[in-house]
Ligand binder design. Sequence first.
Ligand code: LLP
Length: 433
Amino acid sequence: MTQLTEPVYYHQGELQMESSQIRTLAGKMATPFYCYSEARLLGNVRRCKDAFESRGIQIHYAMKANSTLHILRLIAEQGLGVDLVSGGEMQRALAAGFPASRMIFSGVGKSRAELNAAIEAGVGRLEGNQTESSQFNVESAEELALLAELAEQQNARVSVALRVNPDVSVNTHKNITTGQKGNKFGIDMERVCELCQHYADHSHLAIEGLAMHIGSQICDTEPYRAAIGKMMALVDQLAQEGVEITRLDLGGGFGISYGQGDALDFETIAEVIAAETERFHGTVIVEPGRSLVADTGILVSRINYVKAAEPRSFVILDAGMNDLMRPALYQAVHPIVTVNEAANGTAQEYDIVGPICESTDTFARSYPLSGDLQAGDLVAFLCAGAYCSVMNSTYNSRTIIPEVMVSGSEAKVIRQPVNQQTLMAFEQDMPAL
Ligand code: LLP
């Protein structure tokens, strides 16, 4: 049976988030929808700050995990910086109140337009506040050359960190490792010195930092120790060659528990990072995404059919892989619970699927839920706050589902659904080219 953890729990037989009943919310709006807990979000941010900031480590939220404006605003208000990977994310971060002086622009394929917009917005500007960090995390010699050209055109001088590929192996799903040879990310360690030398004393670029991000959903501290060890050795080597590194961005990737299994809590990883970087005198930065938002959200869905079949019956939901992509893409299992606790009674195993015309639209196989499930019953996917709503699509001409934020017994819609009319409106005019 799935272990429920605060803020999602049963009260008098009904699933609640904080003190709001999920059934009541589902009576007020169409399913499926995402629902988040404000208290949990703020609690996660506080625990993260307590662990990292108390050790002098800066936090930049990796907004790709969840970029709904209201969630961004709450995080910006807590004083965190942001890690972004596209021009669109920059627009959202600015709209949510993150100043450019707290933005790190990562990403392996930033376009000319995106780099220009970010320089113009003030990302990486050097005369900034020393207590904040803003920089371009550059992933190739080619990108560095383009950034130099564009900074010169705008007569700006920007701070750069070179994202290094430390080539460490990580025990996580193969689709979410990023710091091994053969991954498209980062610059080979052997090339870093040469690039630093080449751009030493450049009038528009200052290579001040090194960055890494070795993967996601990592529950073990060893790969971090190994990778940070390599980064520190590189800092030393650069120092011998007269290049001073003053910022170390160690990325995110801290694993959470999806109902069962290990997690890498903020205290544990903060302690490891602090110990491994003890002799580094500059600023240390982390970029957590999932660990700040995953357990703040659930996806509420209704059963369309319980279809009798061999070897197992199917529970066919109104949510599909377009709404929640992680199971299809990474074979991820999000715990599923019934909204009515009694329906957790005598369990039977089902295959839990969505309505999309694809066999990959399968959320879980042989999953135990009550033997009395009926069409119309509500279920919730847990730990659906990170990489869930942000990865949606409109495949099968489905719409974009709404998002709700709960605070105590109050709830508000933080993102309206995008209906078919709106989607079709983009296809009315067909301008000639
Ligand atoms: N920094 C960089 C440069 C990143 O690429 C990422 C994630 C993060 C930070 C944040 O990592 P986190 O703390 O969230 O693990 N869609 C996948 C995860 C992809 C992660 C991509 N990069 C999933 O649903 O599991």
